[in-house]
Design a protein around this ligand. Sequence first.
Ligand code: BES
Ligand code: MN
Ligand code: ZN
Length: 500
Amino acid sequence: MTPAKMPAISLASVPEQFDGAVGFTVAGGSDWTGALAAMDAACDGAIRRTADAAGFDGSKGKTLLVLGAGAAAPARVVLTGLGADAPTALELNKAGASLMAEVATRGDASLTLVPHDGSAASAAALLEGAAMRAYRFDAYRTRLKDDQKQSVSTIVGACSDPASGADLLADVSSRVSGNFLARDLKHEPANILYPVAFAQRLKDELEPLGVEVTIIDEAQMEKEGWGALLGVGQGSVRDSAVVVMHWKGASGGVHDDPVCFVGKGVCFDTGGISIKPAGGMEDMKWDMGGAAAVSGLMKTLALRKAKANVVGLVGLVENMPDANAQRPGDIVTSLSGQTIQVLNTDAEGRLVLADVLWHAQEKYRPRFIVDLATLTGAMLVALGHEKAGVFSNDDELANQLFAASEATGEYVWRMPLGQEYNKSLDCKEADMRNIGGGRWGGSITAACFLERFIQKGQKWAHMDIAGVVWTDKPKPMVGTGATGFAVRSLDKLVQDHYEA
Ligand code: BES
Ligand code: MN
Ligand code: ZN
C-alpha cells in the first residue's frame, strides 16, 4: 500500500518572478487588476489579446491556458473566470481545481495561484481545490510515461498577507490529507485491503497523530454476541474486524460527550450466496466507502487538533460465497438481542452497521451518531451520482449536515423514514427480516432497518453514499475515481457546531 502523495502547499507574497506555472482568477465584467494586470502590461498586453481572441471574459467556470505570452510571463499562464458576483469559498475551491487540472501534467513542478482580490482567505480556498484535484492513485502503474504523470508537486497561494492565513492553511492541509486517505482506501483493491489490513493501516496512520485506535477482533465479537456482523463475514477466509478510533480533543465542559461516526466497511461485496452479476462487480471494492470516509475524517480532526471528542467506528468484513457462508433464511442474533432473518445475503451492509451502531450507543452515549454507508443501489436510482441521501430522526442534525454539504460541495438531500416503510421489515420467523417486501423504496427500507438499532432519544443520521463515493465522469475537485466524499463536510459539521 503506497499512499498517494499530497502536493506541498503554502502561502507566500506575490513574487516578482514566477517559478513554474501561474494561475489567476478573473472577475467577470471588470478590468483586470493586481498581479494579473501587471504581468499583462509587462508582456505588452499579450495575455489580454489571447483572452479576447479566445472569447475568455471571466465568466464563471471558463478557463483559458495562455502559452508563451512572452519573456515577462511564465510559459504557462492559466486564467479561470469567477463571474461578476463575489465568489463563495466553494466557488474558489472549484476555481483552484480548474487551474490545477489545466497544468497538472504539463511538466511544471509548481503552480502559483493568485486570487483576484489578493487575500489570504481566497488564496487558501484556491489551494484547497487545487490540492484536492492533484490526487493521483498511481501506486500500481509501473510503466507510466512522463507526460502521463503529474508534474506539479508544489502549490503556492500568492497573497498580500500570507501570515494572516496560517490557520486557514493548516486546516486546508488537514482536510485534504483526510480526503486523500479516504480516496486511497477506496482505490486499494480487495486483495490488498482486506479487513485486518484495513485495521492495521488505520493504526499506522492514526496512532502517530494521537488517535486511540482499538481493534475488536472476531474472538471478542463472538464472546460479546456480534451475530449480525459475524454472519456476513463468515463466508470469507479473511477475519472480520471492528476498529474504534477515539480522538479526545475536548478540554472539558459541555463538549465532553463524544459525537460518533460509524462507517460500513465491506472490503468486498460479492453479494454472498445471493451473488451479484459478474458485470461491474469490481466496483464492490469500494463498498467500504463509509469506513473510508470515517477514517479520513478522523485523520483530518487529529491533524488539525479539533477541540472535540469524536469516536469513529468502522465495521470491516468481506462478503463472500463459500461452503461456510451465511444462507438465505438463516436467522442471526444481533448484538442488540434482536433477531434477524437474512433473506438476502446481499443486504449485508445493514447487518454490519446494526451491531456497530448498537456498540457505539452502549459504550459512548454519543451526542449524535452519523453513519455512512454505500448501502443501496436504489440510492443511485433516487439521486444519481450528484447527491447522497440523508435519513434522520433529528431535524437539527439533518439541517446541519445539509448546510455543511452545501458549503463544501459534498451535496446531500433529505429522504424520509416512517412507519409505512418500516413495517415491511416485520417478519413471521424472527424479530425482523433484512430486506423489505418489494423492490421499491429500497434505500428507505434499508434506513428503517438501521433505525431499529437506534435507541430511544438517540440523535442519528444515516447517509447513503452509494452514488457519490466514486465517479467515472470528471468532477471539479476530484477528477475521476474515488471522491473521498464526506470527509470535508463532516469536518465542517464538527468545526461549526461541536467544538468548544
Ligand atoms: N453494496 C451494495 C449497494 C450498492 C450497489 C452500492 C451498487 C453501490 C452500487 C449493497 O450491499 C447491496 O448489495 N444492496 C442491495 C440490497 C438489496 C439486496 C435489498 C441492492 O441495493 O441491490
Ligand atoms: Mn450487498
Ligand atoms: Zn454492500
